[in-house]
Ligand binder design. Structure first.
Ligand SMILES: C[S@@+](CC[C@H](N)C(=O)[O-])C[C@H]1O[C@@H](n2cnc3c(N)ncnc32)[C@H](O)[C@@H]1O
Length: 206
């Protein structure tokens, strides 16, 4: 198994969005955060030989990180066709050898009906910036339907909401981690060149 820092390095080639859409909260998950999530998931036995679904896959960062840890297959779902083009190009850059497929679909409408045990990984839109607080709820609803276990990134302060959502849907939050990352300026309306985002990462058994 590669170390976490080797994984971070490998993910450095994953390109960002060509023309990021603010309404879809399109920013690339930083390699450090993606490698953290996938490394933790792999240590829990939730990647190797599993079907991994990346909901709102964007550039493919999380799903492609999983391809480097021996999954059975990876499926990335995004509503935006242009993002999936970037994800496919990133697959070539990573030289992923695992089975990878991209599905253009609304992740909030239960886009897949997998028959085998699924690990969902996701960095869903938070909704906090555009008044659509808990936009991640709809992604969690799909996750509750299709996943055995999930790893999801949320904005800081979401733990109570996510934990009670999981409990209400028959799940259990087993691990919670906090992290921060520097988000380079992505959209015109952002004044700073980069800003630090505090996030939380949760593992949930469904
Ligand atoms: C914060 S970005 C994360 C992207 C990805 N994890 C990455 O690192 O590139 C959120 C992603 O969710 C996608 N998205 C937003 N709403 C969606 C929906 N209803 N169904 C599927 N994808 C959606 C956006 O297009 C975007 O790619």
């Amino acid at each position: 198994m590669s170390t976490r820092s080797q994984l971070t390095q490998q993910l450095g080639v994953v390109a960002g969005f060509d023309d990021p859409r603010v309404d879809l909260e399109q920013y690339r998950t930083p390699p450090e955060l993606a490698s953290y999530l996938v490394h933790v998931a792999d240590l829990q036995g939730d990647i190797e030989d599993r079907t991994v679904i990346d909901l709102g896959c964007g550039t493919g960062m999380l799903g492609l990180a999983a391809t480097l840890r021996g999954p059975r297959r990876v499926v990335g779902v995004d509503i935006d066709d242009a993002a999936l083009g970037t994800a496919q190009e990133n697959r070539r850059r990573i030289a992923a050898t695992s089975s990878v497929s991209w599905v253009q679909a609304d992740a909030t409408q239960i886009p897949l009906d997998p028959s085998d045990g699924v690990t969902v990984v996701m960095n869903p839109p938070f909704g906090a910036q555009n008044g659509n607080e808990h936009a991640d709820r709809a992604f969690l609803e799909t996750t509750a339907e299709i996943a055995e276990v999930s790893y999801s990134i949320h904005n800081a302060g979401s733990a109570d909401f996510v934990e009670s959502f999981a409990t209400d849907h028959g799940g259990e939050m087993t691990h919670a981690y906090s992290a921060e990352f520097d988000l380079p300026k992505t959209f015109e309306h952002q004044s700073e060149q980069s800003r630090t985002i505090d996030v939380e990462l949760f593992r949930i058994e469904w």
